[in-house]
Design a protein around this ligand. Structure first.
Ligand SMILES: Cc1cc2nc3c(=O)[nH]c(=O)nc-3n(C[C@H](O)[C@H](O)[C@H](O)COP(=O)(O)O)c2cc1C
Ligand code: SF4
Ligand code: SF4
Length: 313
């Protein structure tokens, strides 16, 4: 044995001690458990989506220990009791308000968590959407610690051409990075709202005649019609979060209360679903910017939307 390999008895005992301690910790699993538990808190993220933007954002906010839950599926299964360290919700704003199903869900759900956050997706003008959610959720007995918004493609077909919308750079990665850092850092913050934005929302409510306690909830048979281009593919029957569509011997037919999420009209491969013109010109009057342009978020597949919204299976 060369002198280089010699170690003192004291050093040898020290090394043995270290090996014994680390061996004991490793075999008991204490080390791995301690380090995992330090960083892994359980997060639940609920989402509602018509064209995939909100599902995409929900996925981006998901961490290793996150459960992503579709609100239409929770409603279908009658599940309203949830517990986690952090609970979030991601939804598209409709007239600056939450979709009707999201509103009803938050009113009914019992959410036990130390931190509640909401991220609202929108396309052009958010107005006072943050304050509206704060009020709706407070009335439901919940106080959200964080409420922020993120601008995406605007899927509101009456005013926007989807082909044009998809060309606009809305700086989604940069905006998402800030929101992710805020939420992971447990920020308590509500995005500020201006007086002008509150006024704009009031103007919209007067023009639209929508009930502020309900938001968008319109009869689907009054809003849409199916043309002869329908090939009975059944996609509309799966992507509707209200289960409003049926296939009949004369093509697809819809009836029932409608969220106006546009999952059906945007995802019909034949563009066979069209807006029905309102007889008295009342809102929404049935006009649309470009009936030949349709949209689904580029990161979200048709199967993702079916799994999120399907009410039939
Ligand atoms: C019925 C309806 C109303 C909408 N109202 C607004 C609005 O008031 N302001 C806005 O900026 N975007 C509005 N949008 C656009 C959506 O909020 C936006 O495109 C959202 O990201 C769509 O999310 P999703 O793909 O998850 O369905 C509306 C869309 C629909 C279908
Ligand atoms: S998605 Fe379009 S083509 Fe397919 S069944 Fe529905 S209306 Fe017909
Ligand atoms: S009928 Fe169309 S717009 Fe209405 S809830 Fe169903 S998928 Fe959404």
């Amino acid at each position: 044995m060369s002198m280089d390999n010699k170690i003192s008895r004291r050093d040898a005992l020290k090394r043995m001690g270290a090996a014994v301690v680390s061996g004991a910790v490793a075999s008991s699993g204490l080390l791995s458990l301690a380090s995992c538990e330090a960083k892994k808190s359980k997060r639940i993220i609920f989402y509602f989506t018509g064209t995939g933007n909100s599902l995409y954002i929900a996925r981006q906010l998901a961490e290793e220990n996150t459960e992503l839950l579709s609100i239409p599926q929770m409603v279908k299964q009658g599940k309203y009791e949830f517990e986690a360290d952090e609970i979030g919700i991601v939804y598209p704003i409709y007239g600056h308000m939450p979709p009707n199903m999201v509103r009803r869900f938050i009113q009914k759900a019992n959410l036990k968590a130390d931190y509640l956050f909401a991220v609202l997706t929108y396309g052009n003008r958010k107005c006072n959407a943050v304050e509206i959610w704060d009020e709706v959720s407070r009335q439901a007995g919940k106080r959200f610690d964080y409420i922020g918004t993120i601008i995406m493609v605007d899927n509101w077909l009456p005013n926007f051409d989807m082909n044009e919308q998809m060309k606009i750079d809305k700086h989604i990665p940069e905006n998402l990075q800030k929101i992710t850092a805020d939420i992971n850092g447990g920020q308590h913050w509500h995005e500020p709202v201006t007086e002008e934005e509150r006024q704009q929302h009031q103007g919209f409510m007067q023009r639209s005649g929508l009930d502020p306690e309900v938001g968008f909830l319109i009869k689907s048979e009054k809003s849409f019609t199916v043309t002869d281009a329908c090939i009975d593919c059944g996609i509309c029957t799966y992507v509707c979060p209200r289960g409003n569509y049926e296939l009949t011997s004369r093509g697809a037919k819809m009836s029932g209360d409608c969220e106006f999420c546009f999952a059906c009209i945007q995802n019909c491969p034949q563009k066979a679903i069209q807006f029905r013109k309102s007889e008295d010109g009342s809102f929404p009057d049935g006009t649309e910017k470009n009936p030949n342009a349709r949209y689904r978020n580029e990161h979200i597949s048709l199967m993702d939307l079916k799994l999120a919204n399907n009410q039939k299976l």
